[in-house]
Unconditional design. Structure first.
Length: 232
């Protein structure tokens, strides 16, 4: 077996494990609480969680639940549904929730497309309510795989899409973003490194499994609780 074949087999195995994990989380959402309100109280730092495309808030429970158990108030933008709306619409919904609930010193915790929504919400945050954001596997530079599925909700995630390029050109908030990614991401082959941000690679592969991995969870805890995670 050549080295290239070995790499290919390893990536196929990672891909399969990632989808098995994601499938397990989807099944678990059937038994999750109907309302996220139970997670929105706590004396710790305020968090707003934003899921990725085709995910609803329950898919982020592997991060929401431990954050809540540590005393943080985790708010969820239920109006996002499964996050299929345009990035700009999602950012407006995030900003509206933060304003309506009068939240301050907010840390956004986002997965995949949710990180793009979060960055735009930070740029539109004229009152300075959002302090920072930690993203997991966000396609800041788009994904070359997005055009393979002719779905309107995925087109803006394509590498080179005008709206994504425009968002990438504005780096004002990048220094307040921590971007977490793994060894391999089958959905974002371009990677999630963001110039000017704190970029953290964790020792696990996949687009979804990071959400349940202890190393990723620790980075999220560090950001939310005001510690500086080690950058790659």
């Amino acid at each position: 077996m050549t080295k290239m074949e070995g790499v290919r087999r390893q990536r196929i195995a990672w891909w399969a494990l990632d989808y098995l994990w994601a499938g397990g989380v989807w099944i678990s959402t059937l038994f999750a609480p109907r309302s996220p309100d139970r997670y929105a109280t706590g004396a710790g730092r305020t968090v707003v969680a934003i899921p990725g495309v085709y995910e609803d808030w329950r898919f982020l429970r592997p991060l929401i639940v431990p954050l809540s158990r540590r005393g943080h108030a985790v708010h969820v933008v239920t109006a996002l549904g499964h996050t299929r709306a345009p990035i700009a619409d999602g950012a407006r919904l995030v900003g509206r929730l933060i304003a309506e609930r009068d939240l301050h010193d907010v840390v956004v915790v986002a997965h995949s497309k949710g990180g793009l929504i979060g960055k735009l919400a930070m740029l539109a945050d004229e009152e300075g309510r959002i302090s920072s954001m930690v993203t997991v596997c966000t396609p800041f530079h788009g994904s070359s795989l997005a055009p393979l599925l002719p779905l309107p909700s995925l087109r803006p995630l394509a590498a080179g899409h005008a709206s994504l390029a425009a968002l990438g050109e504005v780096a004002d908030v990048n220094a307040r973003i921590t971007s977490v990614f793994g060894l391999f991401d089958e959905h974002v082959p371009e990677g999630s490194t963001l110039a000017g941000a704190r970029n953290v690679r964790v020792p696990v592969a996949g687009h979804f499994r990071l959400l349940g991995h202890a190393a990723c969870r620790q980075v999220v805890f560090d950001v939310v609780e005001g510690r500086t995670p080690a950058a790659t």
